[in-house]
Design a protein around this ligand. Structure first.
Ligand code: BTN
Length: 323
């Protein structure tokens, strides 16, 4: 860690209380002038401090944007997010990570953007990604996996993001198959898992995650106001996006390693516990047609099991679920 990161660490840990210049200079083994220089460096990065003579420095606000230094300090991972690229604007973080993957970047690398001008969703839809309001991120995965197991990874990502949101914000998010996250039946998060494949084996996957964090209702275009919501709208609180991003990456790494060690069973159990699709009358629309029935569970591959009125069990591998 550089000295200004050490300094930030100290001030973040002081939880808004003053830390004296003397204490900082002693702990970081730097002069008082150097302390002042590093405080100014952090100011340039968007942190605000109160400086009072004889009391020292107190962190007042963090930068508005998702912050690389604070992310690194908050991560409890060995791999995920340890390489993180922050962009102020990009077309789609999926394309940015694809480029990194093709250049040989290692697993766990992540690209964040404050804004996406060409954000992509499932089924070729657009993903609304205005600046400063959400978490728009893509993570590079290099699993050793046959192609037909990638739906499991999709579900694993949904479980990880859902658990992180619940733990970090207290919002009672649930999962709609396969991995939309909802609060009160409105969508707060979408996940897009894209894979590069060779000879039926996965070369790499890109897990794209879009979370509507600090939107107000008026931030949404009319057509989204009825179907989307944000964590801020649902909890009544502005959420620290950097902290939430770190929680997501930490939970993802934990479940990814668990999945590799133990297989899909444990992920499936966690998914079922967080699901809002199960035991519900659903309509599934996919290229094969429309299926109506009760969603009863997941099969070993991650497909949704839907029991139709005549008692038949249909396996849904892809498609859109509505109720
Ligand atoms: C969905 O349709 O529900 C999936 C939406 C996925 C959006 C995320 S935002 C970050 C990443 N970049 C993209 O262009 N899409 C994904």
């Amino acid at each position: 860690m550089t000295k200004h990161e050490d300094l930030l660490h100290m001030l973040l840990h002081a939880d808004g209380k003053f830390v004296s210049g003397e204490e900082i200079s002693r702990q970081l083994s730097i002069s008082r002038t150097a302390v002042w220089k590093h405080v100014n460096k952090l100011r340039d990065m968007g942190y605000e401090f109160e400086a009072v003579s004889r009391k020292g420095y107190r962190l007042v606000t963090r930068p508005e944007s998702i912050d690389e230094t604070a992310l690194q300090l908050a991560l409890k991972t060995t791999t995920f997010g340890r390489k993180a690229i922050m962009l102020s604007s990009t077309s789609s973080t999926q394309a940015d990570v694809l480029k990194l993957a093709e250049e040989g970047e290692s697993e766990g690398a992540v690209v964040f953007a404050e804004e996406q001008t060409g954000g992509r969703g499932r089924f070729g839809r657009k993903w609304f990604s205005p600046p400063g309001k959400g978490i728009w991120m893509s993570v590079l995965l290099r699993p050793e996996l046959p192609l037909n197991h990638t739906p499991q990874l999709t579900l694993m990502t949904g479980v990880a993001v859902c658990r992180a949101i619940r733990a970090f914000t207290g919002a009672e998010a649930g999962i709609k198959w396969p991995n939309d996250l909802l609060i009160n039946d409105r969508k707060i998060c979408g996940i897009l898992l894209e894979s590069a494949v060779e000879d039926h084996e996965v070369r790499y996957c890109i897990a794209g995650i879009g979370v509507d964090v600090n939107f107000d209702l008026q931030d949404y275009p009319k057509d989204l106001q009825q179907i989307a919501t944000s964590i801020q709208i649902e909890t009544g609180q502005a959420i620290d996006r950097t902290g939430l991003a770190a929680a997501i990456l930490t939970e993802m790494e934990h479940l990814y390693f668990l999945y590799q060690k133990e297989g899909f069973g444990v992920i499936s159990t966690l998914w079922e516990a967080l699901s809002v699709s199960l035991n519900r009358q659903v309509t599934v629309t996919n290229p094969q047609g429309v299926i109506e029935g009760t969603a009863v569970g997941l099969d070993y591959s991650g497909a949704l099991v839907v029991e139709t009125q005549d008692g038949a069990r249909e396996l849904i591998i892809s498609g859109e679920v509505t109720w």
